[in-house]
Design a protein around this ligand. Structure first.
Ligand code: PLP
Length: 421
């Protein structure tokens, strides 16, 4: 459920008409709903209660500081994968003891920034990283709390580019080697081993892979405890999928996911962390774009939009589907016709949808891409020197631009011509 709906014939974000925002801010733009972000965060906290837990929002899915503050003020933790994301969490007022640091290639500089600023734990992904972290911590006179990310070798049955829990993926240490690696971690002077971490992939539409992974983590917890480690925290990762094609998909709900967690690891007395990104941010955002031209092609019509693959790359990168709707509500029973929905970028891959049935649209009409809050704005680029598009946050009947569209002068001023040229 989200808070984007037609009212009086036009699509609203909460109580604000998207067409009104478009008039003031210009198109294209991303628009996020505070109520949806809040609702989705709360679904997880409710699903995990009464277990001791922390829901750490995966910042990489949507990293605007205003969004992070919205969630942080509710008590959310943050899952970061770079120093930049760490600093975003801090800028949003999230205390270090609610920030976990994931990622397969943390640099020593990133470790230093997080240790000095305060961190709940590092999710360590390899032995060399573990040794480097211990050294950095010792050099700062600190002890780094860690979990070790184990790779449970389960098939997440999702898109190959976002599956992370098979042994051939680059993530984590093989679960079969955990005893050895934990023993070394316990000997390193700069580390405090607090738990186990696992994350098997993104956009999972079934619970079964989670179940397989979490049962392996439960076994591992018992084994590591028997070997003398004080395993008191389990970070179970993110990855729960969302319905991108409304009406055709019904991925599991956070309540089912919470019940699964209780069933598999709930009796271990551990504090539970999860790192959902997409399920909190995905349906909390839309991308609003205007039709520049309708071009009649051979056997098909092209809807040429002012948004392109550089603004929303998921369709060209993952072949992902986004529902596209007209901002002005079509009359009930209106005829639909197939359009190829494309952007202006000079690549055939700049195609959002092929032969998509839509009501008749004309130059100047507004459309909205649904479920665009996650992995949308954060993956945008300035390819074709198209300015990064603005982000807008709605709350009830008001809205604010939370990242402005850069001017062409700002973009050009970042390039410098050497004095020998
Ligand atoms: C990407 C990622 C997440 C979030 O995944 P979602 O599918 O957006 O929930 C969580 N944890 C880690 C380690 C990740 O890499």
């Amino acid at each position: 459920m989200d808070h984007f709906a037609y009212r009086s014939g036009t699509l609203h974000a909460e109580d604000v008409a998207l067409a009104d925002i478009a008039r003031v801010v210009g198109t294209p733009f991303y628009c996020y709903s505070t109520a949806t972000l809040t609702r989705h965060y709360r679904l997880f906290t409710e699903a995990l209660s009464p277990l001791p837990h922390l829901v750490c929002f995966a910042i990489k899915s949507l990293s605007n500081v205003a969004v992070l503050k919205t969630l942080g003020d509710l008590g959310a933790g943050m899952d970061v994968v770079s120093a930049g994301e760490y600093l975003r969490a801090k800028a949003a007022g999230v205390p270090g003891d609610r920030i976990v640091f994931s990622g397969v290639g943390k640099t020593r500089e990133e470790m230093r920034i997080a240790l000095e600023g305060g961190i709940r734990q590092f999710n360590v992904e390899s032995e060399p990283e573990m040794r480097a972290l211990s050294e950095v911590a010792v050099s700062l006179g600190k002890v780094a709390p860690i979990t070790i990310r184990v790779n449970p070798d389960v098939d997440a049955r999702t898109h190959e580019k976002i599956a992370t829990g098979k042994s051939e993926n680059k993530f984590g240490i093989p679960i079969a080697r955990a005893s050895e690696v934990y023993a070394e971690a316990a000997r390193l002077p700069g580390l405090d081993v607090v738990g186990i971490d696992v994350h098997i992939g993104s956009q999972l539409t079934e619970l079964e892979p989670f179940e397989q992974a979490y049962l392996k983590v439960a076994d591992l917890t018992r084994r590591l405890r028997a070997e003398g480690h004080d395993i008191r925290r389990l970070d179970l990762g993110g990855g729960l999928g969302i319905p991108y094609a409304r009406g055709n998909e019904a991925p599991p709900l956070p309540t089912d996911y919470g019940a699964l967690i209780k069933r598999t690891v709930g009796d271990l007395g551990c504090e539970i962390e999860i790192e959902p990104g997409r399920l909190i941010s995905g349906n909390s955002g839309v991308l609003v774009s205007r039709v520049i031209y309708v071009k009649n092609g051979e056997g098909r019509d092209f809807l040429i939009l002012d948004a392109a693959m550089n603004d929303l790359v998921r369709p060209s990168m993952y072949g992902a589907h986004h529902d596209i709707v007209a901002v002005e509500e079509p009359v009930v029973g209106a005829d639909q016709q197939p359009y190829d929905v494309v952007g202006p970028v000079c690549e055939t891959g700049d195609t959002f949808a092929k032969a998509r049935p839509l009501p008749a649209l004309a130059e100047g009409d507004l459309v909205a891409f649904r479920s665009a809050g996650a992995y949308g704005a954060v993956m945008a680029s300035e390819y074709n020197t198209r300015p990064l598009i603005p982000e807008v946050l709605v709350k009830d009947d008001h809205y604010a631009v939370i990242r402005a569209r850069p001017t062409f002068d700002e973009i050009l001023s970042r390039d410098t011509i050497p004095d020998w040229l």
